[in-house]
Write a protein that binds this ligand. Structure first.
Ligand code: 3EB
Length: 330
């Protein structure tokens, strides 16, 4: 783990982290840009394409029209399909995505198990062995009570499908609920030939040590990941969790402030300069559409100039109203 007060030095000999940008461009133009590893659209208004590098995320954006997200690497990109996995690779980086219909997999637990087992199998065929960052979008994540909640079923299936695959350390991750009618489970990842450095948040209990009250199977993820060249920090889904407890129940602004304090703690711990800027694209997941304008106002004040994508998404604990993930480039 990185110690606080160490300052990151960019390592020019290691693969440069893909550039991540939000852009008002059309899909065809985006896919034709140099070194495009992945392009993401958000919500039902996003276009369709068979290109393996394209993913239409099942979450709606509060921006109309929503931008596209582009990941760009140095070097040539190749792409393909392998059973249920779509992938692209280039410049020592790998993008992979799996989308499964839960109804064809016997439910949430079965879909998560199948998806993670397939990812594990696929990764064993690749040179980009280090999964650094992973996103999970799950339908109606808070439906069901206690251990039967869909998020808990997802955690059980994820752990079962993975086996000991992340025994050497968890990637940074996001798990957010969507409201698409199809109950599609979407999982995508960024992996590299080179290892990153996991970062934990000194204000929070590590997720894999969460006590039993949060479920049978603790979620396996790191709070953030320093990329191999130490040129960027990938930040996991971060909410108003202090210790292992949710804070400020029912108070949107206080939850947002606590979340921003957690993000600053991650930057400090990782040895990054304080603050986000025009090169730090963030995603903000907001549970209640009626909260979106207030969240936008607060963030324009607190994070001026930061590219923010505001999305309708549910945090995996029903009392949490907002979560933020994203990137900070050195
Ligand atoms: C939290 O702090 C919020 O299950 O992969 C954040 C990021 C959360 C990833 C996961 C869950 C996950 O515990 C929840």
């Amino acid at each position: 783990m990185v110690q606080a007060s160490e300052h990151l030095q960019v390592e020019p000999g290691l693969p440069r982290t893909p550039r991540v940008t939000y852009r008002m461009t059309d899909l065809k133009a985006a896919l034709a840009e140099p070194g495009v590893l992945a392009v993401f659209g958000f919500g039902a208004g996003a276009p369709g394409s068979d290109d393996p590098r394209w993913l239409r995320v099942a979450l709606e954006s509060f921006d109309a029209p929503a931008p596209l997200e582009l990941w760009q690497v140095d070097g040539e990109v190749t792409c393909g399909r392998d059973d249920v996995v779509r992938w692209s690779s280039g410049g020592s980086w790998l993008f992979a995505v799996i989308e499964l219909d839960e109804r064809e997999c016997g439910g949430t637990e079965g879909a998560a198990r199948k998806a993670y087992a397939a990812l594990r199998q696929f990764m064993s065929t690749r040179g980009e062995r280090n999964v650094l960052r992973i996103w999970n979008y799950i339908g109606d994540i808070n439906e069901g009570d206690n251990d039967a909640e869909r998020y808990k079923q997802f955690c059980d299936g994820r752990a079962a499908g993975l086996g000991d695959f992340f025994a050497e350390g968890f990637p940074a991750a996001t798990a957010i609920g969507h409201h698409h009618h199809s109950r599609v489970l979407q999982i995508y990842l960024l992996a590299s030939t080179d290892a990153g450095t996991a970062v934990e948040n000194p204000r929070q209990v590590s997720a894999w040590r969460y006590p039993r009250q949060y479920g049978r199977t603790s979620p396996g993820f790191a709070r953030a990941m320093v990329m191999p060249a130490q040129d960027a920090l990938a930040i996991s889904g971060t909410a108003a969790v202090v210790g292992h407890a949710s804070t400020h129940e029912g108070d949107l602004e206080a939850q947002l402030n606590e979340t921003l304090t957690n993000l600053e703690a991650l930057l400090t711990t990782a040895g990054m300069p304080a603050g986000f800027d025009t090169h730090s694209p963030l995603k903000v997941y907001v549970r209640l559409p009626t909260d979106a304008p207030r969240v936008r106002d607060i963030l324009q004040r607190r994070l001026p100039g930061v590219p923010v994508l505001l999305m309708h998404g549910d945090v995996c604990r029903s009392e949490l109203l907002v979560e933020i993930d994203g990137w900070c480039f050195a």
